[in-house]
Design a protein around this ligand. Sequence first.
Ligand code: UD1
Ligand code: UDP
Length: 370
Amino acid sequence: MDKKLKIALVFGTRPEAIKMCPLVKKLKENPNFKIITIVTAQHRQMLDSVLDLFEITPDYDLNLMKPNQDLWNLSSEIILKTKEVFDKETPDLVLVHGDTTTASMSAISAFYSRIKIGHVEAGLRTFDKDYPFPEELNRVIVDEISDLMFAPTDRAVNNLKLNSKKGIYKTGNTVIDALLYVVKNKKTSLDFIGLKSDLKTILLTSHRRENFGKPLENICLAIKDLVEKYDDIQVVYPMHLNPNVQNTARPILENIERVKLIEPLDYVPFCNLMKKSHIILTDSGGIQEEAPALGIPVLVLRDETERPEAIEFGGVKLAGTNKENIVKEVSLLLDSNQEYDKMSKSINPYGDGRACEYIEKIILEYFKIS
Ligand code: UD1
Ligand code: UDP
C-alpha cells in the first residue's frame, strides 16, 4: 500500500473513551496508519477527564452534549455532524465502540458514506431488545453493518456467528488494556474522599436508564438498611452526572452516616478505589469487566447482563434491584468468608491486556498491509 490507511475512531461517553483511548495510542504508533480522533462529546466533563489522562487531543470535537439530552436530538446531531467530518476526511475505516448512541449513529453515518466499519467490543447480547434500552438495539445495529467485529470473548464470537460468517475476531476487551496500564503506571491518594481505614468499603455506582425511578430508589434504600445493619461498613457512591441519577439518590442518601455521595471520580482514583473496595455494587458494564481482574466481588444491580462470563467464572452475581434481595446478597458476602473467598478468587474472562495489539494486527491483515 503506497498511502497511509486513514482510520477514524469515534467515541463520546466516559466508558467509550476509557476503552478507545488505549487503542488510539496503539494505532498512532504504527507508521502505516493516519489516525483521526472524532469525539461527539455525548458526555462532556466525564469524557474530558479521560482524554486528559491519556493525553489525547481530538482532531474533531463535535461538542454535542446538552443538559438532560434526549435520544432523538442527540442521534440526529451525531449523524449530521459525523457526516461533515467523513465528507472532509474520507477515512478508509471508522472504528466505533460498544452500544451507545454515539456508536450506533456514527456507524450508521459511516455506512451511509460507504466507509468500512470496525466494531470494538462486538457481540455482546442479552437477546432482549428492550433490555438494556436502548443499548441492546445499538449493539445489534452496529454489528449488522460492521465489516470487522472485535469480540472480547468466545461467547461474544458465538453470538456474532449466529448472524454472520465473516469479519469476526476474538481480541479480549480493551478495558483490560486500560485498567492494567493505570494500575501499573498511575497512583493517587484517595484521602480527599475521607474514608475510614478501619471500615470495609462498599463501592456503589448506578446510572442505567432502566434503573431510573423506583429501581434506583430501591437500591438507595437497600444501602440505607445495610449501613444500619452493619456498623463496620462504609458506602461510597460516585454519582453519574445524569440528573435522573442525582435527583433520586440525593434525597435518600444525603446525610446518612457512613454513606459518601461524591462526584464521578477520574479514572485513576476510581481504579484505586475499586482496588481498595471490599464489595462493588453496580449496574455499569465496564465495572463488571474490570472488578474481576482486580479480584473484587461484584453484585450487579440488574436482572440480566450481556456479560455473563464473569458470572460463570464466579466473580460476579446478579442481585437485581429488589431492596430485600440486595440486602441479602451483600449480607451473605459480609457474613461468610467462604462466600467472599469464592467470589474474590475467580478468574478474569475479559482479556490479557493486549486487545489493542490484536486489533492493530487484524486491521493490518484485513487491508493487506505488511
Ligand atoms: C450513556 C449511554 C450508556 C452508557 C453511559 C455511560 C446511551 C443511550 N447511553 O448514558 O449506554 O452506559 O452513557 O456513562 O448512549 N452528563 C453531564 N456530564 C457528563 C455526562 C453526562 O452533565 O459528562 C449529564 C447530561 O445532563 C446528559 C445526561 O447526563 O444530558 C445524560 O447523558 P447521556 O449520554 O444521554 O446518558 P447516560 O445515562 O450518560
Ligand atoms: N468510572 C470512572 N469513574 C467513576 C465511575 C466509573 O472512571 O466515578 C469508570 C469505570 O472504571 C469504567 C467506566 O467508568 O471503566 C464505566 O462507565 P459507566 O459505568 O459510566 O458506563 P458503562 O460501562 O455502564 O457503559
